[in-house]
Ligand binder design. Structure first.
Ligand SMILES: CC(C)(COP(=O)(O)OP(=O)(O)OC[C@H]1O[C@@H](n2cnc3c(N)ncnc32)[C@H](O)[C@@H]1OP(=O)(O)O)[C@@H](O)C(=O)NCCC(=O)NCCS
Length: 161
């Protein structure tokens, strides 16, 4: 498979975005533990995302070779909708446009016009990222996250080509 063609932001000079594979499982698991303390996907869930047909899994590798970003999104056949399942950038590399780059690259490879995601109601940073990129709040999921934190369901409707 060729690499996604979404252009990197200028601040992300030296970072490389490419498809993730099961070979990246250990590094992705480590990253998820850091960016979602106490509520990260486990090995099995991540492996399922990496193996699921049609799931778009992308990683960002820093100039020093470390995996510092990951996004996974695709169609959930059980509910017939496309979801961003997880997106995360290592704290030491945040604020350089890497999250925006991952999201745009993943979206560019998703065939459905409408994309959904769920975000913790107190995650201002992620909410800002999504709002600025065309997502709008469509519902609240009380107690969705560990500790009883509510989730906000968001949706983006892309224009027909
Ligand atoms: C959310 C996350 C992926 C964003 O990644 P990032 O690389 O820091 O984001 P970017 O540098 O691309 O910035 C994207 C947008 O986030 C917002 N943002 C960035 N830094 C911010 C800050 N310090 N405070 C608030 N918003 C901020 C801005 O809206 C920015 O858009 P802009 O560049 O057009 O102004 C990252 O913070 C992260 O991994 N957080 C922990 C995991 C998480 O919460 N994932 C989302 C779960 S739903």
């Amino acid at each position: 498979m060729t690499e996604p063609e979404t252009a990197p932001p200028p601040e992300a000079n030296g970072y490389r975005l490419s498809f993730a594979s099961p070979r990246d499982l250990r590094a992705i698991h480590r990253l998820e533990q850091i960016v979602f303390p106490g509520e990260a996907y486990g090995y099995f869930d991540l492996l399922m995302l990496l193996l699921a047909p049609g799931m778009i899994n992308l990683k960002i590798v820093a100039p020093d070779g470390g995996l510092v970003g990951f996004v996974s999104g695709g169609r959930l056949f059980r509910i017939g909708r496309t979801w961003i399942m997880t997106i995360g950038v290592h704290p030491a590399h945040q604020g350089r446009g890497l999250g925006r780059w991952l999201l745009a690259a993943c979206e560019s490879l998703l065939p459905d016009r409408t994309i959904y995601l769920t975000v913790r109601a107190d995650n201002t940073r992620a909410l800002t990222l999504y709002r600025r990129n065309g997502y709008r709040e469509v519902g609240v999921k009380p107690g969705y996250y560990p500790g009883g934190h509510p989730g906000i369901e968001m949706r983006k409707d892309r224009p027909l080509l």
